[in-house]
Design a protein around this ligand. Structure first.
Ligand code: B12
Ligand code: SF4
Length: 489
């Protein structure tokens, strides 16, 4: 028996569908006995895994791990598993081990790390573990040998239409549909993998090596029909890293979504969406597009270049997209990476002024601010960070410390230049902005409370007096209204 394990990742009652495990499980169907243990659903996942072992001895526990709270719960759970079941191999895959395999393999809790896209690598690894053979012949791995960490070659991405459908029947699917702005039963899907760009703050670059593979519109249409018919989904969030790369594919998916009457949300790039023809925008709108999340990143075109944003990215295009989306009644969610070197305070001030312009053009725009936190990618920012003394932890104990947990959440990265002042100013600005422009997606916030919040924040917003908005923070606590920075990622 193989256990695919998603360690606890969120306190939200809205459990995220463990898509990575569905993708892996699809490859095991018919060849390996397996089950999925979701730490967001199970009260005591370690006890559950041990119980499974007592019924059918485990051949491996395969764990998906992203940085942040999920890493902490993965370390805790896997140390327990190793104590109780020392002979069972523990395999880690996902964003954290792909970027920081050395730290994962610095202790005996983790036996093997799978880097990047995992379906093919996982099956080859399990076959080799069952039948014998050399790990060195499997691309996409990192493992310990003779006291050192060995890495095999990177694996080329497998086209998604060559991979099997996800085995939804393996999960209690009813628990993974939630109600929010988009609909009453919102489904989740991931219709492509990777991204052809190389922004120097983005973890996706290391995962996919500037490649993008996608499901065909027919395949996506089939998945959505199934979600709609079998599970009653009335909306879908596409969590692809970059959904909109192919305009023809988007148009064809919109044509399939339209008869299903499912509202939708996806992530994309500003320049791509500005390149789309009016007919494509009309088709997207008619098919139920309600929101698009874009990495706007900065209010300075010069900074976008330094971030290696690529394409035709420019700050003015972000303003144009806010206006374009307003004309279609689609809500933009723009994220910005602030506090960038070499002058984080000036960078922050420039982007905050820019955000005020965006809000003037389209007040419904949701704003999400992240303080720049390095990812291990060679290039301008990471090199600059290292030259100023920045270094990632080399052990799992280091990564699960409070300091590095805050770093992983991109709210409090301890980089040499993003001193406390920048972080405090970000938080203060968010409090004023979110009170003056309460998010349109908060369906529970009454119009009376919206008016009150706006009135309370008006003087601060108009005079740009963001410092220590104690009264607004109290209102936030009293009304518990939704804030984009806590719901987006
Ligand atoms: C869904 C999601 C979440 C969910 C959690 C899902 C879960 N598993 O429980 C929620 C909403 C809770 C979440 C939260 C956060 N997330 Co998140 N999340 C994602 C998202 C959108 C999709 C991941 C996914 O399911 N992809 C679909 C599957 C099919 O792909 P995959 O996960 O990459 O899996 C493949 C491979 O990685 C590999 N693989 C994965 N696991 C395993 C395991 C094994 C054993 C093997 C062999 C292979 C393998 O094989 C899979 C198939 O090819 C990604 C962005 C993205 N589009 O990937 C961000 C992302 C992973 N999140 C990110 C971040 C930063 C966060 C937060 C820290 C955000 C914040 N500021 O609060 C939090 C904290 C996470 C935590 N609590 O620890 C970053 C990670 C950045 C980094 N430096 O690594 C990403 C990349 C977003 C981004 N573009 O920056 N997240
Ligand atoms: S376009 Fe988006 S997903 Fe692609 S590398 Fe840049 S930030 Fe990452």
């Amino acid at each position: 028996m193989i256990v695919l394990f998603n360690p606890w990742s969120t306190p939200s009652p809205k459990r995220p569908l463990p898509m990575s495990l569905l993708a892996l499980g699809s490859m095991l169907e018919g060849e390996f006995e397996y089950c999925i243990v979701d730490g967001n659903v199970e009260a005591d996942p370690v006890a559950r895994i041990v119980e499974i072992h007592l019924r059918a001895p485990l051949r491996a526990v395969a764990v998906t791990v992203m940085p942040g709270p999920q890493l902490r719960s993965a370390v805790w759970a896997c140390r327990q598993i190793k104590r109780v079941l020392p002979g069972v191999p523990v395999i880690w895959g996902g964003y954290f081990p792909s970027q920081h395999a050395d730290a994962c393999l610095s202790e005996s809790t983790v036996d093997v790390c799978v880097r990047g896209q995992g379906e093919q690598t996982m099956v080859e690894l399990l076959r080799t573990m069952a039948k014998g053979g050399a790990l060195s012949s499997i691309p996409g791995l990192a493992y310990r040998e003779n006291g050192a960490v060995q890495r095999t070659a990177a694996r080329a991405l497998t086209p998604l239409d060559e991979l099997p459908d996800w085995p939804y029947q393996r999960l209690p699917m009813a628990r993974y549909f939630h109600s929010h702005y988009l609909g009453r039963r919102v489904a989740t899907h991931h219709s492509s993998f990777g991204c052809p760009f190389a922004c120097n703050f983005c973890a996706v670059v290391g995962m996919a090596n500037r490649r993008w593979v996608s499901q065909s519109p027919a395949r996506v249409g089939g998945v959505l029909e199934r979600q709609h018919r079998e599970y009653g989904a009335d909306a879908v969030q596409f969590h692809d890293m970059d959904f909109f790369i192919s305009e023809a594919r988007t148009q064809a998916i919109a044509d399939r979504l339209r008869p299903l009457g499912m509202a939708w949300w996806a992530l994309g790039r500003v320049d791509e969406l500005m390149r789309y023809k009016p007919a494509t925008w009309e088709a997207m709108k008619a098919s139920g597009l309600k929101m698009v999340f874009c990495g706007a990143e900065s209010g300075s075109t010069d900074m976008l270049e330094r971030m290696n944003k690529g394409g035709t990215a420019s700050a003015e295009l972000t303003i144009d997209l806010a206006a374009r989306m307003k004309s279609y009644g689609v809500v933009p969610e723009f994220s910005f990476v602030v506090g960038n070197p070499p002058d984080p305070a000036a960078d922050l001030a420039h982007t905050l002024a820019f955000i005020r312009r965006v809000k003037r053009v389209n007040p419904a725009t949701e704003i999400i601010l992240y303080v720049y936190s390095p990812v291990p990618l060679d290039g301008h920012f990471y090199d600059a960070a290292q030259s100023q003394g920045f270094a990632f932890p080399e052990t799992l104990d280091g990564w699960v410390s409070d300091k590095w947990q805050a770093f992983a959440l991109r709210r409090d990265p301890s980089t040499p230049w993003s001193h406390g002042d920048v972080r405090r100013r970000v938080r203060d600005f968010e409090s004023v902005l979110n009170a003056y422009y309460p998010t349109v997606t908060d369906v529970r916030l009454t119009s009376g409370r919206r008016r009150l919040l706006r009135a309370a924040a008006a003087w601060r917003y108009h005079t740009e007096s963001y410092t220590r908005p104690v009264e607004l923070n109290l209102l936030q606590r009293a009304f518990r209204y939704q804030r984009p920075e806590t719901t987006g990622f």
